[in-house]
Design a protein around this ligand. Structure first.
Ligand code: SF4
Ligand code: SF4
Length: 455
């Protein structure tokens, strides 16, 4: 069973928020309102894409992370690393150094997440053949996109490929490998180093799975800073991690734009950045685009290289990763783990499916169709009265959003500043009542600050 509510890793630090509305205006699902001068995120509508965090001028939006010390609750502590982590470091820092510091921090194993992409590629090809009626297939890679489809495009949910994303396949692989080495389940802790808030949310409230295969999530910027500091202080120079570790060009490119789409035949599109994705999904929903076979959709600009927890410029990170892939292609090293994955391939393929993904439409106004239609009519009536300029002064991003909030009993029409003026002029509300309404939206402090007598 999916959890009743989405878990969210993005939080507003109320003390820091200045109620500027920047986050509200960029949110792709209109999940944010300003109430009492502070941004308020609607948990059912947020998809953890991180657009709000990028837009906030005062860093009032943060990504919560698990307490690092929890890794020590386990005897076997596996750090699952996305390849974009390596792209964060300058060329003169080697993979051995990076992995050694991560082991120094307390992990007993490091494993690059994207090493199992061959298993997923094989399963996806079989899935697409078997379910050809569900074209276009949408990748389940980016959890922000899966949630976006659930809440904003519920009719497209059935197009999402019902296979585990690569981080879950790798977690499954490593857990099984350690079990076969004799460790008990509760001795094994698998921790993912994440480039984004969406992956944290996916681990805490998985979609299509009862439970996650991952025990905790560590933010990438946290690990990056620890590793860089340690290497700069010369504490670790490749002493713990001795294996020459290499991944194929395909695995390295997987998290970058076109990494997946380039693996399949037919009409495959790779689209990154959430507003671009929404544009394509709208066209798909309206049947303006047809005959597409596969859609790789990623919420971040330049895919995971642009994740909100990355530190390096995304173009530099991509260039480094591509160079690493090219080196592999030229040198074709022997990869120990590739052989191991082969042994586990039948087990992974057997366990690769996920359950159906449920739509979670925020657009449905009521579970009763008649009631929903009545509410829709009411929204249209309210919209005729509102000015339609989407100024945001009511604390909602658009007039449409205010109208929906009013019908759902979450806001009052008088929050619209234009209506307030008219009603005050007509004597239907007093100037004091009008002031009180604005104060409820923008908070007392804002009006204290703007005391015009001071100027
Ligand atoms: S962007 Fe949002 S969270 Fe940041 S200060 Fe403005 S209203 Fe507050
Ligand atoms: S594109 Fe990658 S980093 Fe960005 S939200 Fe999706 S999975 Fe996370």
């Amino acid at each position: 069973m999916e959890k009743a509510h989405f878990y969210h890793a993005l939080k507003v630090v109320e003390k820091v928020c200045i109620g500027c509305t920047h986050c509200m205006n960029v949110c792709p699902t209109s999940a944010i309102r300003v109430k009492n001068g502070i941004a308020d995120i609607n948990k059912n509508a947020c998809v953890d894409c991180g657009e709000c965090l990028n837009a906030c001028p005062v860093n009032a939006i943060i990504v919560e992370q698990d307490d690092f010390s929890q890794i020590f609750h386990f005897k076997q502590r596996v750090a699952l690393l996305p390849t974009v982590l390596l792209g964060q470091f300058p060329d003169d820092i080697s993979e051995k150094q990076i992995y050694s510091v991560i082991l120094d921090l307390g992990f007993t194993h490091v494993y690059e997440v994207d090493e199992t992409v061959d298993v997923l590629t094989e399963a996806t090809k079989t899935y697409m053949k078997k379910n050809h009626q569900d074209r276009p297939f949408i990748s389940s890679f980016c959890p922000a996109i899966v949630r976006l489809i659930q809440v904003k495009f519920p009719a497209l949910v059935e197009h999402i490929i019902h296979l585990k994303p690569v981080i879950d396949i790798s977690a499954l692989f490593y857990r099984e490998k350690l079990r076969n080495e004799g460790f008990l389940d509760d001795e094994i802790g698998i921790f993912y180093v994440t480039p984004c808030a969406a992956k944290i949310a996916a681990v805490k409230s998985p979609v299509g799975e009862d439970n996650s295969f991952i025990d905790g999530v560590i933010n990438m910027d946290f690990i990056y800073n620890k590793v860089l500091l340690s290497i700069k202080q010369n504490k670790t120079v490749g002493i713990k991690y001795e294996i020459d570790k290499h991944m194929s060009r395909r695995s390295i490119g997987w998290t970058l734009t076109n990494g997946e789409a380039s693996q399949y035949s037919g009409r495959c599109l790779a689209i990154d950045e959430i507003h671009n994705v929404i544009e394509v999904l709208e066209k798909l929903e309206n049947e303006e685009i047809r005959d597409i076979d596969f859609l790789e959709l990623r919420a971040c600009d330049h895919s995971c290289a642009g994740g909100v927890l990355t530190t390096e410029n995304r173009f530099l990170a991509i260039e480094r990763l591509r160079k690493r892939g090219d080196w592999y292609h030229r040198n074709k090293p022997i990869i120990l783990e590739e052989k191991e994955i082969e042994e586990y391939r039948p087990y992974l393929l057997e366990n690769i499916s996920i359950k159906s993904i449920e739509p979670r439409s925020i657009l449905s106004l009521d579970t009763d169709m008649m009631e929903a239609m009545k509410k829709m009519e009411k929204i249209n009536r309210i919209l005729k009265v509102l000015p339609g300029i989407d100024c945001g002064a009511c604390g909602a991003p658009r007039c449409q959003a205010l109208a929906e909030d009013v019908v759902q009993g979450k806001a009052k029409m008088t929050q619209c500043v234009f209506l307030q003026k008219m009603l005050t002029k007509e004597g239907l509300i007093t100037p004091q009542e009008s002031f009180d309404i604005s104060e409820n939206t923008w908070g007392i402090k804002r009006f204290e600050k703007k005391n015009i007598n001071d100027h």
